[in-house]
Design a binder for this molecule. Structure first.
Ligand code: IDP
Ligand code: MG
Length: 138
């Protein structure tokens, strides 16, 4: 089974909708094989989102991602990366398909409730950034 990396972001933990998001993930066929609540440090958030460091929204993004605890997860299933991106919906909730996590729950393009890896290579890197191999079940 393929794996992907997910974050339930601060807007969602703050609004106590992590259970609702996990229900959607599970109902749509992905299995949660690792999960923990952590507070990202500024350095962790900057490294995790370093690809966006030149973007105008970078500083706001780091401030937001470190504002509340987040749930980091490893999800497993067939085509996990692509499948989870479909379950999440578009970055901007205004463009997200009905029934997706972001359409249902996101507040705006920044506070969009979830992160999901964009490729199997990045999924592997992101999982290794947050989890030891003995923390992941199958
Ligand atoms: P993704 O999360 O759908 O992969 P990315 O383009 O990788 O989207 O952006 C990472 C995160 O940065 C987004 O999920 C969102 O929280 C934030 N973000 C992206 N674009 C904007 C924007 O135009 N304004 C504010 N925040 C943004
Ligand atoms: Mg991305």
């Amino acid at each position: 089974m393929d794996k992907t990396f997910s974050i339930i972001k601060p807007d969602a933990t703050k609004r106590k909708i992590t259970g609702s998001i996990n229900k959607l993930i599970e109902d749509r066929g992905l299995k949660i094989v690792a999960q923990k609540l952590i507070k990202l440090s500024e350095n962790q958030a900057k490294e995790f989102y370093s690809i966006h460091k030149e973007k105008p929204f970078f500083n706001d993004l780091i401030e937001y991602m470190t504002s509340e605890p987040v749930v980091v997860q490893v999800l497993s299933g067939e085509n996990a990366v692509e499948s989870y991106r479909n379950i999440m919906g578009a970055t901007n909730p205004e463009n997200a398909e009905p029934g997706t996590i972001r359409k249902l729950f996101a507040l705006n393009v920044q506070e969009n409730s979830v992160h999901g890896s964009d490729s199997p290579e990045n999924a592997m890197k992101e999982i290794e950034f947050f989890f030891k191999s003995d923390e992941i079940f199958s």
